[in-house]
Design a protein around this ligand. Structure first.
Ligand code: TPP
Ligand code: MG
Length: 271
């Protein structure tokens, strides 16, 4: 693993996340910035998905269950060379890059998401289909901690545990914030680790903004052959942009020109 190379990809992705939201003057920067390292690791280290096989049936799949963080997915697919859309068309009329990802329009988007809770359910269905096909492919779903307040998430977890889907990995983006504030105040879904364990998962924790820590978590997923894996990834919402970090006000707001310039300054170089 080339950590510096991954950091450079993540930086490019973060710059493109902020540029998309700034240009559109709408979108969700906080949760997008927080998961940029996880997406970088998935697309540049973990999954067997690349620009040549992205359209094929037999490959790993990724479902961005927290679909509002589409800027992170688009920026990652762009960085990986899977799409070459104009990222500045994000959320514009006629653009394929809708506020929430649409699998019918954007190459590399494996499921249309945005209605929280549904993505993980479809990912479990994909993992079941892979078992029928005996193709050995893996399915990954990224779920927000606020999203995990949706009952549907736990039906999907129950099914994955019940069917012992060892090739399924759910990553919980634990940034402790959702749209209206702290998850613990809005509707406390913790402890996610104990809940996932009770639903039959192999549970691993990691620092979701540290590549060494992320790598260890995915290694533990590979080693587990009996159960599905839940990675509890501790992240900072808004990671990388000083005034957005850990501030839920940046869940779904766009920076003005001065703030955009400050963000680009914060994201000038790899730290
Ligand atoms: C079913 C459903 N209910 C409500 C919303 C509106 N909504 C969009 S994002 C969000 C909060 C999500 O928080 P979290 O999952 O923690 O995301 P992150 O912190 O990673 O941005 C809400 C309530 C939605 N998209 N879908
Ligand atoms: Mg959250």
């Amino acid at each position: 693993m080339d950590v510096n190379g991954l950091k450079q990809h993540a930086l490019n992705i973060r710059r493109n996340i902020v540029t998309q939201v700034y240009t559109a003057q709408s979108g969700h920067p906080g949760g997008s910035l927080g998961c940029a390292d996880i997406l970088t690791y998935l697309y540049f280290e973990e999954m067997d998905v690349n620009k040549d096989n992205a359209g094929s049936a037999s490959r790993d799949r990724f479902v961005l269950s927290k679909g509002h963080t589409s800027p992170a997915l688009y920026a990652t697919l762009y960085e990986a060379g899977i799409i070459n859309e104009d990222l500045k068309s994000f959320r514009q009329l006629g653009s394929n890059l809708q506020g929430h990802p649409n699998m019918n329009y954007v190459k590399g988007v494996d499921m249309s998401t945005g209605s929280l809770g549904q993505g993980i359910s479809t990912a479990v269905g994909m993992a079941l289909a892979n078992r029928l096909d005996a193709n050995g492919k893996r399915v990954y779903a990224l779920v927000g901690d606020g999203e995990s307040e949706e009952g549907l998430v736990w039906e999907a977890m129950m099914a994955a545990g019940h069917y012992k889907l060892a090739d399924f990995c759910v990553i919980f983006d634990l940034n402790h914030l959702q749209i209206d504030g702290n998850i613990e105040d809005v509707m406390n879904p913790t402890p996610l680790d104990k809940k996932a364990e009770a639903f039959g998962f192999n549970v691993v924790e990691c620092d979701g903004n540290d590549f060494e820590s992320i790598a260890k978590a995915f290694d533990a997923f590979h080693k587990e052959k009996e159960k599905p894996t839940a990675i509890i990834a501790h992240t900072a919402k808004g990671k990388g942009v000083s005034f957005m970090e850990n501030n839920y006000a940046w869940h779904g707001s766009a920076p003005n020109e001065e703030q955009y310039n400050q963000a680009m300054e914060d994201l000038k170089e790899v730290k």
